[in-house]
Ligand binder design. Structure first.
Ligand SMILES: *Cc1c(COP(=O)(O)O)cnc(C)c1O
Length: 293
């Protein structure tokens, strides 16, 4: 990571998160170059980065946000004000009408959810909300089981076996999300699996959402393969491709600044900080992530 020595970390109150807008802009320019080269649309997945103070800046480059709850959708609607997409494994009855107020695209996790809510979406006054189905291509190169949405008995997305072509009337797009921190060679193989299973349905769609997990702003990311894969799908199937990265938007753009409060000794020196893994970096516990210190 580039540590910008022009930030005087010693002057900051701790603990605090610092985002360097210059680095964020660098990432946004890389993402925008993919949009410009392919005509695809890129959304911010808010679960990866929801620092809404910089949503106006992000909104200068990206087309909108994706969300998975009422308040996330509202955050994107109020703080960025561009396209708001929503996907959740199931929607909550009492929240649904308010959710639609903020939503432009809604993705359903099952045909039962689609049937249950379709008339409320289709009769929503004043705008046409686009509808999609999340598919499970049963192909993932995920090494960590908790992050593998294609593992056995996964609840996420409709498998080909459960796909109901007779219920596609009113469906504008398909959505898959099977990647995490991966390069475009994984996308290319995943897209091949999606095509093999669902290709005949993609032809009838307006859009195809490639989900998140694309590590586009990482140093060794192969943008050419990404561009080729997007363009191939758009040309062959006549769909608008969406990407919805979270992590890639903010990757390596900031710091968690903490202070060493004490050093204790127990067979080794141990620093006591004014941060905690559980509160400030829970993925360090849940996932084998290790921060650069
Ligand atoms: C987590 C998630 C994303 C964003 O994933 P990143 O790894 O942060 O790029 C996008 N779409 C869906 C449906 C997700 O669950």
């Amino acid at each position: 990571m580039d540590i910008n020595i022009d930030i005087d970390f010693g002057k900051l109150p701790t603990p605090c998160y610092i985002v360097d807008e210059r680095l964020l802009i660098k990432n946004l320019e890389i993402l925008d170059s993919v949009q410009k080269r392919t005509g695809c649309k890129i959304l911010l997945a808010q679960k990866g980065f929801s620092m809404h103070a910089v949503y106006p800046l992000i909104g200068k480059y990206l087309k909108g946000v994706t969300s998975s709850s009422l308040f996330e959708a509202r955050l994107g609607y109020e703080k960025m004000g561009k396209e708001v997409h929503v996907y959740a494994p199931a929607y909550i009855e009492e929240e649904f009408d308010e959710l639609l107020k903020y939503t432009d695209h809604i993705v359903f996790n099952s045909f039962a959810q689609w049937e249950r809510f379709r008339s409320r979406v289709k009769s929503y006054p004043g705008k046409r909300i686009e509808c999609g189905i999340r598919i499970n291509p049963e192909y993932s190169e995920q090494e960590h089981a908790i992050y593998d949405p294609c593992s056995r008995h996964s609840r996420l997305g409709v498998t080909l076996k459960n796909f109901r072509p007779e219920q596609l009337d009113g469906i504008d797009g398909l959505h898959f999300h099977t990647m995490c921190e991966q390069n475009s060679d994984t996308l290319e193989r995943t897209a091949g699996a999606v095509e093999e299973k669902f290709g005949e349905f993609i032809k009838h769609m307006k859009w195809l959402n490639f989900g998140g997990g694309h590590h586009i702003t990482r140093q060794d990311y192969d943008i050419e393969t990404l561009v080729r894969t997007i363009s191939r799908f758009q040309d062959k199937y006549g769909v608008q491709v969406y990407l919805e990265p979270g992590e890639a938007v903010a990757l390596n753009t900031g710091y968690l600044v903490a202070e060493v409060l004490d050093i204790v000794e127990n067979e080794m020196n141990i620093a006591i900080l004014d941060t905690s893994a559980a509160c400030h970096m829970p993925d360090v516990l849940e996932m084998p992530y290790r921060p650069n210190i």
